[in-house]
Design a protein around this ligand. Structure first.
Ligand code: 5GP
Length: 371
């Protein structure tokens, strides 16, 4: 674990409301008072054992009851970024579903503004990529200094390379499968209008047993037409028809791909679509029976593009270092193999080529330092 902790890492699949600190959840629940949440819900929030995928979505509904305010959204964003930075994550693509909550005066736009304020709050300054017009492929990225983050955490940052100073953050806006096609399009258009402020792509997530692919296709096609990269939660439950349609659409990345039958698995390998692998999440939601049985091994053996990710570090009590350590232990990967997995993840990010170049340099320097 110490090696994995110090290793510079790239996190490509992290849901904001699934990555909240336990202490913050408890504080928010306490503020609601004894009647603010059902006792049963409070219990669900604090027990971290295995739960089915369906139970997880119930849990997200409970978490969402605690994070209704703009200020809270700003706070949790700031904390989540700080936590990833303290775990030596050098590049984070944080994803969240813009929420429309008229009862608290929240629109999708104001929700995303609150997230962006959280990124700024964490002393995030623009990096050397100049702001681009909204139609540009290039997104302005947001960067924090690791020093500032480690100070605010009161902890010494674990640096793999002393010269590395920052975490770069890109924001992905998620479409929830419960949403209508119109609501999905609103999210995509919002993402497009905020590319110059660090929005880098679109995700399709939410309960995989709800909604159908056809509902979201027009919004996803719109995103593609405007050059927004796409990542889709794919194959979390068996649904061959949907998986085939998703893979044929050729998103830039897919998440999970747990329940693919042989023809769809072959389709994935042939298409070489990078996979966001979330091991602890897949085990805890009982999508996969054990770490040893996880399909990461097949992807890795096949030299298929794959990035190790946390999914919901708060809900599943994990960290990216821990996920790397699990992969290393489960599949007998050496330090060099683990380093190579981290380094290759840079190639699958949604940010501009200049950000990629910068990250590639981090890994070259890191390697020198390691030897
Ligand atoms: P948020 O978008 O509210 O910041 O993060 C929580 C949301 O992310 C959940 O309500 C759900 O829509 C999505 N999410 C988090 N984890 C998972 C997962 O493992 N699978 C799927 N399909 N969606 C998830």
């Amino acid at each position: 674990l110490p090696f994995c902790k110090q290793l510079p890492k790239v996190e490509l699949h992290a849901h904001l409301n699934g990555s909240i600190r336990d202490a913050t959840i408890r504080e928010l629940a306490d503020k609601r008072g004894p009647k603010g949440l059902l006792a049963e819900d409070a219990h669900t929030l604090t027990s971290k054992g295995d739960r089915s995928l369906a139970d997880c979505f119930k849990l997200f509904d409970v978490i969402h009851q605690l994070t209704t305010e703009h200020d809270t959204i700003t706070r949790i964003t700031r904390e989540v970024v700080a936590d990833f930075a303290a775990d030596s994550v050098v590049y984070l693509e944080l994803r969240t579903t813009p929420k429309h909550r008229p009862e608290v005066g929240m629109t999708k736009q104001s929700y995303v503004e609150a997230v962006l304020a959280g990124l700024m709050d964490a002393k995030i300054a623009t990096n050397d990529d100049p702001p681009q017009p909204p139609s540009s492929q290039k997104a302005e990225m947001l960067e924090d200094t690791r020093e500032a983050t480690s100070r605010s955490n009161g902890a010494k940052a674990a640096t793999f390379d002393e010269r590395r100073t920052g975490i770069i953050v890109g924001l992905i806006l998620s479409i929830d499968r419960r949403e209508s096609g119109e609501a999905a399009l609103e999210t995509v258009q919002l993402a497009h209008s905020l590319r110059h402020r660090g929005v880098v792509g679109i995700d399709l997530s939410g309960n995989p047993t709800v909604g159908s692919w056809a509902t979201f296709l027009p919004a996803l096609q719109w995103a593609r037409a405007y050059g927004l990269p796409l990542t889709l939660h794919c194959g979390e439950v068996p649904n061959a028809e949907e998986v085939r349609a998703m893979l044929a659409f050729r998103p830039e990345r897919v998440g999970h791909v747990c329940c693919l039958a042989e023809p769809e698995w072959q389709q994935l390998l042939d298409a070489k679509i990078p996979v966001e692998a979330c091991l602890t999440s897949n085990i805890k939601t009982e999508s996969i029976s054990s770490f040893a049985a996880h399909h990461f091994a097949l992807l890795y053996k096949d030299d298929h593009p794959v990035a190790i990710c946390t999914d919901d570090s708060g809900v599943f009590s994990t960290s990216l270092s821990q996920e790397y350590a699990i992969v290393a232990a489960s599949f007998g990967l050496t330090a060099d193999h683990v380093f190579s997995v981290a380094r290759h993840s840079v190639e699958y990010i949604f940010a501009s080529e200049s950000v990629k170049q910068k990250l590639r340099r981090t890994f070259v320097r890191g390697q020198t330092h390691k030897q």
